[in-house]
Design a protein around this ligand. Structure first.
Ligand SMILES: [Ca+2]
Ligand SMILES: [Ca+2]
Length: 112
């Protein structure tokens, strides 16, 4: 399978696998979300962005419609935000010094 195929199917499969664990089948509860982050995110850089210890905060950030659950739309947005954070980090490190200055703004990007 091509890499982007893998990424897309993985995002869907991971969501479905963990959301199916308890309660509503198409929603991630706080416990499911915690387990997902703990298991499926290993890179320190990304763990940094969403800490499983601070699941309350992560949940609040992700749960855009405030129903106490993370649906697929909310989850995919989170993955997308993580990708953007990683991208900015990579670009910042390798890129021009002046361009990295706005990294406080990057934080906002990740949380919005
Ligand atoms: Ca569930
Ligand atoms: Ca929600």
């Amino acid at each position: 399978m091509a890499r982007l195929d893998q990424v897309i199917t993985n995002i869907v499969d991971i969501f479905m696998e963990y959301a199916d664990d308890e309660g509503k089948k198409c929603q991630l509860s706080k416990a499911e979300l915690k387990k997902l982050f703990e298991t499926e995110i290993q890179s320190a850089e990304l763990k940094d962005k969403i800490s499983a210890n601070d699941i309350e905060e992560a949940m609040e950030l992700l749960d855009k419609n405030h129903d106490g659950q993370v649906n697929f739309r909310e989850f995919s947005r989170c993955v997308c935000d993580l990708a953007k954070c990683y991208y900015h980090k990579k670009m910042g490190r390798g890129g021009k010094k002046g361009k990295c200055r706005g990294h406080e703004g990057e934080e906002e990007d990740c949380k919005s």
